[in-house]
Design a protein around this ligand. Structure first.
Ligand SMILES: C[S@@+](CC[C@H](N)C(=O)[O-])C[C@H]1O[C@@H](n2cnc3c(N)ncnc32)[C@H](O)[C@@H]1O
Length: 270
């Protein structure tokens, strides 16, 4: 994958040095103009932080992580749209703070909603580019003028790591856990929102998710991730899936919760 870093003159990009060492990522640094033979991702760096677009669709507005975004704030206030997610993680059943491991953080929207509802959320993201975008959004959010956003973000932490590897450590036992990890105890809830194959009705896929689908591999490790999660959570595991429901899910969830264009399979830990 090629990644072009486009920066404006005054911005320091030393915090992006780690991207130079990511296997499979060929990084170019260019100030403004896209080389004609370039095919890949464009990371825009300016005074407003980072945003990402694809050379395939240079006219589209770039994707950024913005926890102060009006649409996200509106979604929090009109609880209906997040009701499925919150019911699935058991917010109506358990007392707070609920310790949630979001094993597939992506752009952090679901994690933010859970944190805003009082959960302590530890995010894992294995894509270096997406984790960088998310880290930038967290930093800007923590510096935002909006006290509510800052409060919510205090309950969110991010690990740039493969969640499967971390679950292996949890399964091996406390002696194998890295020191001072927020997850040195087992999480109450593990939330999995893997990359689905692109849907037929691609017009319905939101712009940001369409970009993720373009650049990230489909999760072909869902079964193994789910097995590890089931061996690690203390209360439940939630798996988000496309469509209204799964008829022949395996393993069979204890129940399913419908979402807007998805559903949540809920596995209770007995
Ligand atoms: C569908 S997106 C998640 C969207 C997210 N729920 C949100 O609200 O923005 C899936 C993300 O999980 C990440 N991912 C997939 N498998 C992972 C793993 N084993 N460990 C960490 N991250 C993973 C992908 O890189 C991708 O960014």
């Amino acid at each position: 994958m090629q990644l072009l870093i486009q920066k404006c003159d005054l911005v320091d990009i030393s915090s992006l040095d780690h991207l130079l060492n990511i296997k499979g990522l060929e990084v170019f640094l260019h100030s403004k103009i896209l080389p004609s033979d370039f095919y890949g991702l464009i990371l825009h760096v300016d005074q407003n932080g980072l945003s990402l677009s694809s050379s395939e669709n240079p006219g589209a507005s770039p994707t950024r992580v913005d926890f102060s975004d009006d649409a996200l704030q509106y979604r929090l206030q009109t609880s209906k749209r997040s009701a499925g997610l919150l019911k699935a993680i058991g917010l109506d059943k358990y007392s707070l703070p609920l310790r949630v491991m979001d094993a597939t953080a992506g752009l952090g929207t679901d994690a933010y909603i859970m944190a805003a509802m009082g959960c302590d959320v530890t995010m894992f993201e294995k894509s270096a580019v997406i984790a960088t975008l998310l880290q930038d959004g967290l930093a800007r959010g923590l510096a935002s003028a909006d006290a509510a956003v800052r409060n919510h973000l205090c309950r969110l932490s991010l690990n740039f790591a493969d969640a499967g590897d971390y679950l292996d450590l949890i399964i091996k036992g406390p002696d194998c856990m890295p020191h001072r990890s927020r997850l040195d105890q087992k999480p109450d809830v593990i939330y999995l929102d893997p990359m689905f194959p692109p849907r037929q009705k691609s017009a319905k896929v939101k712009k940001d998710m369409a970009l993720l689908q373009k650049i990230l591999p489909i999760n072909d490790d869902i079964e193994s991730l789910l097995d590890k999660a089931l061996a690690s959570a203390t209360k439940r595991v939630v798996l988000k899936r496309p469509g209204k429901q799964s008829k022949q899910a395996s393993p069979k969830p204890d129940f399913q919760v419908p979402g807007k264009s998805c559903h949540f399979q809920v596995f209770l830990i007995k």
